[in-house]
Design a protein around this ligand. Structure first.
Ligand code: AMP
Ligand code: ZN
Length: 108
């Protein structure tokens, strides 16, 4: 979607510190990390938020969570938090669905 910063990142129009990418999604480092490890798992399709999910989005949603688990495993995180902020009142600032992976407090 035009003027969406996460669409621009997934389309490689603006740079990010990319950790992993496949045809469905991208994982990149949060630019203002809230934890020693702070990744964002972002679908390439522009979906505004969890509140805007439709029935046909169930598959991408499970892929986001699965990849979060995979990336956490790759860097040996034993525990972590997975967070979706939903809507302005839920702390969502970027209106393109994303899953926060936070961890590393005991690794560093
Ligand atoms: P949320 O509050 O759930 O919408 O989270 C948006 C997150 O995106 C915040 O943690 C920001 O630090 C992060 N962020 C904003 N712009 C960028 C960017 N260009 N590259 C990487 N992360 C970003
Ligand atoms: Zn977008």
């Amino acid at each position: 979607m035009k003027n969406c910063i996460f669409c621009k990142i997934t389309n490689k129009e603006i740079p990010a510190d990319i950790i992993f990418e496949n045809e469905d999604l991208m994982v990149f480092k949060d630019a203002s990390p809230s934890a020693p490890i702070h990744y964002l798992i972002v679908p390439k399709e522009h979906i505004q938020s969890i509140a805007h999910l439709e029935n046909n989005h169930k598959e991408i949603l499970s892929k986001l969570i699965y990849i979060a688990k995979e990336e956490a495993k790759k860097i040996n995180l034993k525990g972590y938090k997975l967070i979706f902020n939903v809507g302005k009142d839920g702390g969502q600032v970027i209106d393109h669905l994303h899953l926060h992976l936070l961890g590393g407090w005991n690794n560093k």
